[in-house]
Design a protein around this ligand. Structure first.
Ligand code: PA5
Length: 444
């Protein structure tokens, strides 16, 4: 298996049987995922997706990406939650958070809209694209989510004003449900090229569908390698047993939760990992945080955050544990130069690789945190390449499904998200919400 886990720095905080005592429950969870017969089972289409994905749609995605790369200097990706985070996470992890400044990818600049309601944020994107050739990829499984729907209305008007309705139509790509929803209806009526969010795949598990794949392909990332990595992980993680790294991860985090830990901090040492951690937070937060249960997923970037959150991790409330993601290979090397004056006293590092310094820092941090009472789980990924990242995505998705079942919740619904939506509709005056509106206004 490409992704390796080391639980040795968590086990001192756990009973000896933390893994063995969960093997039966994990075997049941595995069956529910593999057969789709557990809670939320109709949303387990992602489990075999890396093997069973629609090849025809896959080819259309690549063709659309080639067109966008040829005719657009910018692509605005409109979506929120699971319809946004995965694509950005993969592009940043495999390229860089500075992707738009890297010309060698040959792809359009990517801007992400519709993931909030900030006027200034949208004005900035409009300003950045209005005088350039651009296209839109609007993504919404339900087709009714307010944030992307509003952003799409505004950006579609801009596109039509710039190119006229006909050419604008050729520059809009809609990723949505195969049959239902307002976006589906609009895309059919207007004749946009459409991509499908499969029925059985929920938003936060959809990065390896057209939801993530079209923007990722536009950024020039090798989709076949990404899917191949995910498929290898799928095959490896389907094998039951105590050696399975997803079983170990799910069991360890469940055991730590039962031992009183309430926060899981995902730590990376790569700036390019920051947005992947945002994707991970949504995956675990939305899948587990219900029925007043679940670990709160947080993230930090080391070593930067050792100079901010590091203090809390070392000495604050003992309610957290860390999961550290390390990439085994860097893409190059930087040797630390010798300074004859040795003004900074660092000549003991002369000629050493920066990678070596980082590795020793990580080892030191791990033990300091463990000594401070913070259990540590360590995941090692071979490198920042498409295959490894495909495997990492699948690893986290699969372990998340197992974790939800160990916790006794449905890992595939998100009923809590509806509460704010209903209040927002009411306060915005959506027809049908009149009574709720009156009630809310009286309270505000
Ligand atoms: O994981 C989920 O299901 C959610 O985060 C959704 O992705 C998010 O609410 C956006 O939904 P939609 O794609 O229907 O606009």
């Amino acid at each position: 298996m490409t992704i390796q886990i080391n639980t040795s720095n968590a086990s001192p905080f756990l009973p000896q049987d933390w893994l063995d005592s969960r093997l039966d429950a994990l075997a049941k969870a595995r069956t529910m995922l593999e057969q789709g017969n557990g809670p939320g089972g109709s949303f387990t289409g992602w489990v075999h997706l890396p093997r069973d994905y629609d090849r025809t749609e896959f080819d259309r995605i690549q063709a659309a990406a080639a067109k966008i790369r040829a005719d657009s200097q910018a692509l605005v990706v409109i979506g929120i939650g699971g319809s946004y985070l995965g694509a950005r996470a993969v592009v940043e992890l495999l390229h860089s958070p500075n992707y738009n400044l890297i010309r060698s990818t040959g792809g359009p600049d990517l801007y992400f809209a519709g993931n909030g309601l900030s006027t200034d944020g949208l004005l900035e994107i409009i300003d950045l694209v209005k005088d350039r050739d651009f296209s839109l990829n609007v993504i919404s499984k339900s087709g009714t989510t307010t944030e992307p729907a509003v952003a799409f209305r505004i950006l579609k008007a801009l596109l039509e004003q710039k190119y006229g309705k006909e050419e604008a139509r050729r520059r809009i790509y809609a990723t949505t449900d195969a049959r239902r929803g307002a976006l589906k209806g609009l895309a059919d009526t207007e004749g946009y090229e459409e991509f499908v969010v499969p029925d059985a795949v929920g938003g936060r598990y959809s990065v390896l569908t057209a939801v993530g794949l079209l923007p990722i392909a536009c950024a020039g990332i090798d989709l076949a390698a990404l899917m191949d990595g995910a498929c290898s992980a799928m095959e490896a993680l389907a094998v039951p047993g105590a050696d399975n790294p997803a079983w170990q991860y799910a069991a360890a985090r469940h055991a730590l939760y039962q031992a009183g830990k309430r926060v899981e901090v995902l730590a990376g040492y790569e700036p390019s990992f920051r947005f992947f951690a945002e994707w991970w937070k949504q995956l675990y937060g939305e899948s587990e945080g219900k029925e007043h249960k679940g670990l709160f997923p947080a993230s930090v970037e080391f070593t930067a955050d050792l100079h901010s959150m590091g203090q809390y991790i070392q000495q604050g409330e003992r309610l957290l544990f860390e999961t550290v993601v390390r990439f085994a290979r860097s893409r190059g090397r930087i040797a630390i130069p010798h300074d004859p004056e040795n003004v900074d006293g660092l000549n003991f590092l002369s000629g050493k690789d920066l990678e070596f310094v980082s590795r020793q820092a990580m080892r030191g941090v791990t033990l300091a945190h463990v000594d401070g009472g913070v259990p540590n789980l360590a995941l090692t990924v071979p490198g920042r390449d498409a295959r490894s990242v495909g495997a990492l995505i699948y690893f986290f998705e699969y372990a998340c499904g197992l974790s939800g079942y160990l916790l006794g919740v449905n890992p595939f619904d998100q009923p809590g998200v509806e509460a704010y939506k209903n209040n927002m509709y009411a306060l915005l005056g959506k027809p049908g919400y009149e009574a709720r509106r009156a009630e809310l206004e009286a309270r505000l």
